[in-house]
Design a protein around this ligand. Structure first.
Ligand code: AMP
Length: 281
């Protein structure tokens, strides 16, 4: 397994690899867990070469976000990548990626005025900008993204299609703890009591699913019941609980077709997100 920190070096290596091999790419911010591992394993099965990037991208963090305190442990990440058969870790510094203020940035115009895009202004512009750079550097055939960040999947689908990247986006289902909590690098920042409550977020999503299966079609009713569940069972502060069409992330009158039920809840030191994407007949 190679660890590359220089863009030039990565580009030279990619040029060699692409002569006769496919590249599967897993972009991450590190502090790897089973969610990331799932992406790596799928990439390993479908590509000759697997590249994992580990880069905490300053551009996608707002002024009040947790860029400085985002958990980092490169040595541990290296061991995980090595045991998952990753070929290359691309681990540039922020100075390597952004040596001077950018003259051009990506501006996400759709699928971004709701959910995390609304509560984190500029976040998806930062994601789209760094992914544009990473796609140009790594030039993968396939990119693997987790449905844990479903809005990211929707936005990147738009980026790939609008900017004509010759890349297949492979969405990978959310990996959960045994009690249902979606695995996240930020989970370690939950206090013990918060960690006990956190699975209630997923339970509120399951409650919504049950309501839909029982025939409920009012978005307001489903959202109100989810909010009540979260408020009663946790000490977290609800950022949003929303339902939209997926992947367009548009409002609609009646709950039908492919939809996303998504939530974000703030605990003292961690903002958790989760979602379910399902089809309503
Ligand atoms: P991050 O390091 O948080 O930027 O995540 C890197 C990639 O891993 C993104 O595509 C995430 O959606 C994905 N990911 C994070 N957590 C999970 C999870 N619990 N299950 C599946 N994929 C995940």
């Amino acid at each position: 397994m190679k660890v590359i920190t220089s863009i030039k070096e990565m580009q030279a290596l990619v040029k060699e690899i692409k002569k006769d091999k496919s590249i599967g790419f897993v972009p991450t911010m590190g502090y790897l867990h089973e969610g990331h591992i799932q992406l790596m394993q799928e990439a390993r099965l479908e590509n000759d070469t697997v590249v994992v990037s580990i880069f905490v991208n300053p551009l996608q963090f707002g002024p009040n976000d947790d860029y400085d305190s985002y958990p980092r442990d490169f040595e541990r990440d290296q061991n995980i990548c090595s045991s998952e058969g990753v070929d290359i870790i691309f681990h540039p510094s922020a100075e390597e990626m952004y040596p001077s203020p950018l003259s051009v940035k990506a501006l996400v115009q759709r699928r971004t005025n709701v959910l995390c895009g609304e509560s984190r202004p500029g976040h998806f512009d930062g994601v789209a900008t760094v992914l544009t750079k990473l796609f140009n550097i790594v030039q993968p055939e396939r990119v693997y993204l987790g449905m844990k960040d479903a809005q990211q999947v929707a936005v990147v689908e738009g980026l790939i299609s609008d900017f004509n990247f010759p890349i297949n986006l492979i969405p990978v289902g959310t990996v959960r703890e045994e009690d249902g909590l979606a695995k996240s690098s930020r989970n370690i920042r939950l206090a013990p009591e918060e960690r006990e409550e956190a699975p209630e977020l997923y339970r509120s999503l399951l409650l919504a699913k049950e309501l839909l299966e029982a025939g409920e079609r009012s978005k307001e009713v489903v959202i109100a019941k989810m909010k009540k569940h979260i408020e009663e069972k946790t000490t977290g502060i609800i950022d949003y609980v929303e339902i939209y069409s997926f992947p367009e992330l548009e409002e609609y009158e009646r709950l039908e077709g492919k939809i996303i039920i998504a939530l974000a809840v703030k605990f003292a030191n961690a903002r958790l997100i989760d979602n379910l994407v399902l089809t309503v007949e």
